[in-house]
Design a protein. Structure first.
Length: 399
């Protein structure tokens, strides 16, 4: 049967990374892939992770399977990070959490569960969104539709049109939100806007599904949870997909979680049984190492404090690169206004560069950017900034 297969096109983001690796130019710059980079262009292993790994190596006594729903201590810490200890959802035990292989795994488990609960469900995603979102839901035989999110002319959240669309979504359908550091735009709702969204969800009866992959990269670990906590305090049911690839640097450990909030503890436990069945027929149970590291760090006050400091340092470096990028472009004589990039949050930015600009940057300067102009600000450094901005200034004059 395999001789009948057509060639599958490369993933638009991971394929870009493969092309970058093959580029022989020693001055090449990758602003495509969603990985944090330090001031030297490297993706570091956090010092807290190194310390926890040494402890784990000394104390680990077996390599037994984890339960279907994952490491107990890890699941508890996921809920505390997402909701905070005093949140009503925690106090009422209306939330259940399962450990998953990364945030993508959490989204897929959630999609499989939704498809099982309601085979005709529709999931609404922002326009634009992470390119993998529609594919994940399509793989679970779920139809996706889009709601307005970004005002390209104003470089802001298109809140009026967003709310107008949310008001028309039928009860029982699912709306996917980015919990913070929106990918690809870097534009997030304000606390007041999150409250309006939560009230709309409660009034209309559709179910929020929050992709929460960058906690700590916008304003702070607790501050970044404002949206998801506001929703959870207002609506009876929701889903949250968490990832610790970015804020713990555990990219290749695939450390994620799916949290479900129900209207009661008993309904949450019933739903958990169905989620576990989805997991059992997919990957049976999750990998242990990364979850044990997260649990150990958050269980140890000294390590937790150091981890919070490391997250702050990553967040502050990204903010500095945003400012430096804007100012360096100005120094190169670029008259186009890029000041909006300083206001955006997290690793990503919708730069405003056109597909033609992106093509020229890659072909002439070995600068790799996703075709829609999304850039990973964390890929910028003090060392590559001058060359990057010089190249952008040149293609803006040419295009």
């Amino acid at each position: 049967m395999f001789e009948k297969l057509d060639i599958c096109p490369p993933d638009p983001i991971l394929g870009l990374t493969e092309a970058f690796k093959k580029d022989p130019n020693p001055k090449k710059i990758n602003l495509g892939v969603g990985e944090y980079k330090d001031a030297f262009g490297k993706t570091p292993v956090l010092e807290t992770v190194k310390k926890a790994e040494r402890i784990l190596t000394d104390e680990e006594t077996d390599k037994l399977y984890l339960p279907i729903d994952g490491h107990a201590g890890y699941k508890r810490h996921v809920q505390l990070l997402v909701f905070g200890e005093a949140h009503p959802v925690i106090q009422s035990q209306r939330a259940v959490t399962v450990q998953t292989p990364g945030g993508t795994g959490a989204l897929r488990v959630g999609a499989d569960f939704l498809s099982k609960v309601n085979p005709s469900v529709t999931v609404w995603v922002s326009e634009p969104t992470w390119p993998n979102h529609p594919g994940i839901f399509a793989a679970a035989n779920i139809i996706t539709k889009s709601y307005p999110y970004y005002n390209a002319a104003q470089k802001t959240l298109d809140f009026e049109n967003l709310m107008s669309t949310l008001e028309k979504i039928p009860a029982g359908e699912v709306v996917l939100f980015h919990g913070g550091c929106h990918n690809p735009t870097g534009v997030d709702p304000s606390p007041a806007q999150w409250e309006a969204i939560a009230n709309m969800a409660a009034a209309k009866g559709w179910i929020p599904f929050v992709d929460f992959a960058y906690q700590g990269f916008a304003e702070g670990i607790d501050s970044d949870a404002t949206g998801v906590r506001t929703l959870a305090a207002t609506v009876p049911e929701m889903l949250i997909a968490s990832s610790f690839s970015k804020n713990f640097g555990l990219y290749n450990e695939r450390v994620g979680a799916l949290t479900l909030v129900a209207s009661s503890e008993s309904q949450a436990q019933t739903a958990l049984g169905h989620i576990k069945r989805c997991i059992r027929t997919n990957y049976s149970n999750p990998p242990a190492h990364g979850a044990m590291l997260v649990s150990m760090i958050l269980d140890t006050p000294e390590l937790k404090k150091q981890w919070e400091s490391e997250v702050r340092q990553m967040r502050e470096r990204i903010a500095r690169m945003r400012t430096l990028f804007v100012h360096t472009l100005q120094s190169k004589g670029v008259t186009q206004d890029f000041s909006f990039i300083e206001k955006q949050k997290g690793m990503f930015s919708f730069s405003g560069l056109s597909p033609e600009h992106v093509k020229l940057l890659r072909e002439k300067h070995s600068i790799y950017i996703v075709g829609n102009g999304r850039i990973n600000v964390a890929g910028m450094t003090e060392q590559n900034m001058d060359a990057l901005c010089s190249a952008i200034a040149e293609v803006l004059r040419q295009a």
